[in-house]
Design a protein around this ligand. Structure first.
Ligand SMILES: Cc1ncc(COP(=O)(O)O)c(C=O)c1O
Length: 449
């Protein structure tokens, strides 16, 4: 039997309601009666209905894909779809230019290259990100220097950037993680003061806005990912956006083996180093056809997230993120900080398990990935030892232990994925009811039943 609780009825009946009335904490059985056991302890879940699946495909998109496949014109040099996507995506973002790439990682690597980040340089970057952000810097044999994460916004804390700038620093790379725009004004101001370019890692921030402008056009270059899980997916894929045409022309050349701008076919010179980071036609055709859907789904996620944030704001032990002033996020994940003390000591992992048992798929977020070994592997390599002094590398390793904001975020944040926000507004109540149910039973859950 499915048991549902309206929020009002729940508050009236739960420990929170009792405490507000000055009464002592009642046991879960008293609150719910025997059948309302948490699902993790054998009770019925709050929700049994499936959440919307991701990604989703529409049959009406197929003729264009099939036409490409039958034509044999599969690469960008022989077709118009990639250029068409670039124009449409630039228009959507209000950017002058866009270059489609093979992935978000390659977009970041190209951006770093054309902004002259070289081996032996340092890049100030957010530690709270998918590992590709670190790797894009490491592959170029430069050093990702982490500024700290603001525990309230989960994005780069601008006040921690300047102390990390050295004479090797060549760029700043903020990450709009989960589609939460960074506070770009102070970041751009610091960059300007030090003559540094800024690359936005907007790989999770399609259509997110900061002070009336879209992420991806808030700095020198913006990089996007269209990997399968993303809001605009084509299996793999990426893009670089910006307003500086000559910079984007250089990106184009670099992603096309170093050929002159746009010369995919025919006679050409190789005037700069380059690589093959091109998007395929079929990927572009998938993306173009999803642009309308991206816009309607973004609005839906935003409305559901706003409802949740408003309802969660007064929940003890659950802290929705604080948004940068003037920002409009797009919620690739919906993250929230969890305080086990407000849940009778129920650990974050047990909270996650209990929520999952109630039918709400919740997860941990990024951990302190800089201790995983990839940075040791890099800085112990021959190349890094040639490029950086032993003193700098020692100091660098030590600096990884001085990211208190990021540590806190990694240890206390939980999140659910964007597809939950594509459900109906009434489905958001299942999330809220599950949190309240778990809270009411948190003592028993913490004791293991
Ligand atoms: C923040 C961030 N940066 C970079 C990337 C890399 O993108 P891709 O997987 O398309 O290479 C991703 C993708 O997950 C990401 O989330």
């Amino acid at each position: 039997m499915k048991i549902t609780y309206s929020r009002r009825r729940f508050i009236r009946n739960t420990a929170a309601g009792s405490l507000a009335a000055g009464l002592t904490l009642r046991s879960a059985a008293e609150v719910y009666g025997a059948p309302a056991k948490p699902a993790a302890l054998g009770g019925s879940p709050v929700r049994t209905k499936e959440w919307p699946s991701w990604p989703s495909w529409r049959q009406e998109w197929e003729p264009r894909i099939i036409e490409i496949m039958r034509s044999g014109r599969w690469w960008r040099g022989r077709g118009e779809h990639v250029s068409e996507f670039e124009t449409a995506y630039a228009d959507l973002l209000g950017a002058k230019c866009c270059l489609a790439t093979a992935s978000g990682t390659t977009a970041l690597m190209i951006a770093l290259h054309v902004l002259d980040v070289d081996a032996g340089d340092e890049v100030i970057v957010s530690p709270f990100t998918f590992i590709a952000t670190y790797n894009a810097i490491l592959i170029g044999k430069s050093l990702p220097v982490f500024a700290d994460t603001d525990p309230e916004t989960l994005t780069l804390d601008p006040s921690t950037i300047e102390s990390r700038i050295t004479d090797r620093t060549r760029a700043i790379m903020p990450v709009h993680i989960y589609g939460l725009p960074c506070d770009m004004d102070p970041i751009n101001a610091i960059a300007k003061r030090h003559g540094l370019p800024v690359i936005e890692d907007a790989c999770q921030a399609w259509l997110a806005e900061y002070k009336g402008k879209k992420c991806g056009v808030l700095a020198d270059l913006g990089c996007f990912s269209f990997q399968n899980s993303k809001h605009l997916p084509s299996g793999e894929g990426g893009a670089i956006t910006g307003n500086d045409e000559s910079l984007l022309d250089r990106c184009h050349s670099f992603h096309n083996c170093g050929r002159a701008y746009q010369s995919c076919t025919g006679e050409h010179q190789y005037f700069m180093r380059g690589s093959n980071r091109r998007m395929q036609q079929v990927q572009a055709a998938m993306l173009i056809q999803q642009l309308d859907k991206l816009q309607t789904e973004t609005a839906k996620r935003q409305a559901n997230a706003a409802y949740l944030s408003q309802k969660l704001a007064d929940q003890p032990g659950i802290q929705p993120v604080r948004l940068a002033e003037g920002s409009s996020p797009v919620w690739h994940l919906y993250p929230m900080r969890y305080d086990h003390q407000a849940f009778n000591g129920l650990s974050r992992d047990r909270f996650i398990e209990a929520m999952r048992a109630e039918g709400i798929p919740l997860s941990r977020v990024y951990h302190e990935q800089y201790f995983d070994g990839l940075l040791d592997e890099a800085i112990e390599s021959r190349g890094y030892k040639r490029l950086f002094s032993a003193r700098r590398l020692k100091e660098y390793k030590e600096s990884l232990h001085h990211l208190p904001g990021n540590k806190q975020v990694c240890e206390t944040t939980v999140a659910f994925t964007q597809n939950l926000l594509l459900a109906e507004p009434s489905d958001m109540d299942d999330i809220l009811n599950a949190i309240e149910k778990v809270r009411a039973h948190s003592g028993e859950l913490a004791r293991g039943g």
